[in-house]
Design a protein around this ligand. Structure first.
Ligand code: PLP
Length: 361
């Protein structure tokens, strides 16, 4: 019927966007989504299940999840009225952009970076201003400063997905100080860099820090993220965040994990050590270039088209991410840090894949 087809009813900005997609979901060795390779301890799972069993399910979660924000306040040292919780940090990226971005607004971001920022900013009708990374994939601090000066929102992912690059606090504060608008720092991977922008919140009221429980905290399946910001910003973003956005089970799990965060430190330490071993393993292979990473993944490049390396690895039971369609990342793939055994399987599979591709000529 005329007037009802997708091209009539869906916004141009959305029709023109590339979907955030993932190729394949299953593999023996799944290193494509920067997930934690280890489950939280069984004892913690049992504690969460017991607490969940005792909670009421017919009622909505609390209108203001104040027990959760109080727990996060103790955990982060930031006041509870500057904390919002989300159904994953993705939801808070969306809420922040709903509150700030639209026609006539500009959203700046480094490139390459997490693709969701561009997708959502464009869908909101905002212009996207890119600040390309340098050729060695480090942040172009001057470029970011210039972009932030002229943009309503600047989103910086540090450590950056998919490159693993980290932006030191001194550089970040220079960017925030010269920004015209809000600076959002997505710290999804901060536990693996052992550094955070959070201490800058005291100094800059235009700073927003986003974090997730999907990576170091190992509950990606439960969807939990949070925002730290000045209370004035948090109050406004809260207006456009969906009510009751975090369910009772996830709130129970996240609260329990905060109290038990010491039990997760061993796994975080192991990931950091294994990341360095994985990088060294990649560096040791002729024809492979690996980039330094402050996150729980490593970006690497070979002489062969990434799609071919990806498929050869997949045939050998190893799933990584082909990121070669990102700007500047020709021939690049991203591998999440798995357990030591998974990383060894990946490196073996890579040897086989590269040998086969070299032979093919
Ligand atoms: C940089 C970055 N931000 C946010 C997210 C989304 O995290 P969440 O699971 O909390 O929605 C990811 C997930 O991969 C990410 O890489």
């Amino acid at each position: 019927m005329p007037g009802r087809s997708p091209s009539d009813v869906i916004k141009r900005e959305v029709r023109e966007a590339s979907a955030y997609t993932l190729k394949y979901l299953e593999a023996d060795v799944k290193l494509d989504q920067n997930e934690n390779p280890r489950e939280i301890p069984d004892s913690l799972k049992r504690k969460i299940m017991a607490r969940f069993g005792e909670s009421g399910w017919r009622r909505y979660p609390a209108f203001v999840p104040s027990r959760m924000t109080a727990a996060l306040s103790r955990f982060t040292g930031w006041p509870a009225d500057g904390i919002l919780v989300g159904n994953g940090s993705n939801e808070l990226i969306l809420a922040t952009l709903v509150a700030t971005a639209g026609p006539g607004k500009t959203v700046a971001m480094p490139q390459p970076t997490f693709t969701v920022y561009r997708l959502l900013a464009s869908a909101m009708g905002a212009a996207v201003r890119e600040a390309p990374l340098r050729a060695d994939l480090t942040f172009d601090v001057e470029g970011l400063r210039a972009a932030a000066r002229e943009s309503d929102v600047t989103i910086i992912c540090s450590p950056n997905n998919p490159t693993g690059t980290f932006l030191p606090a001194a550089d970040l504060s220079g960017i925030i100080a010269s920004a015209r608008g809000l600076v959002v720092v997505d710290e999804a991977y901060h536990e693996f860099s052992r550094q955070s922008a959070a201490p800058l919140l005291e100094r800059f009221e235009n700073l927003v820090v986003l974090r997730t429980f999907s990576k170091a905290m190992a509950i990606a399946g439960l969807r939990f993220g949070y925002m730290l910001a000045g209370p004035g910003i948090a109050r406004e973003v809260n207006k456009v965040k969906l009510p009751y956005n975090v369910n009772v089970f996830t709130l129970t799990a996240a609260e329990t994990l905060i109290d038990a965060v010491d039990e997760l430190q061993g796994s975080i330490r192991a990931i950091i050590e294994d990341r360095e071993r994985l990088k060294a393993g990649l560096d040791a292979r002729p024809g492979v270039e690996a980039f330094p990473s402050a996150a729980n993944f490593v970006l690497f490049r070979t002489a062969h088209p990434a799609a071919e390396v990806f498929e050869r690895l997949y045939e050998r039971g190893v799933l990584v991410r082909d990121v070669s369609n990102y700007p500047m990342l020709d021939r690049a793939l991203r591998v999440s840090v798995g357990t030591a055994a998974e990383n060894a399987r990946f490196l073996d599979a890579l040897d086989d894949a590269l040998e086969a591709l070299d032979a093919q000529g």
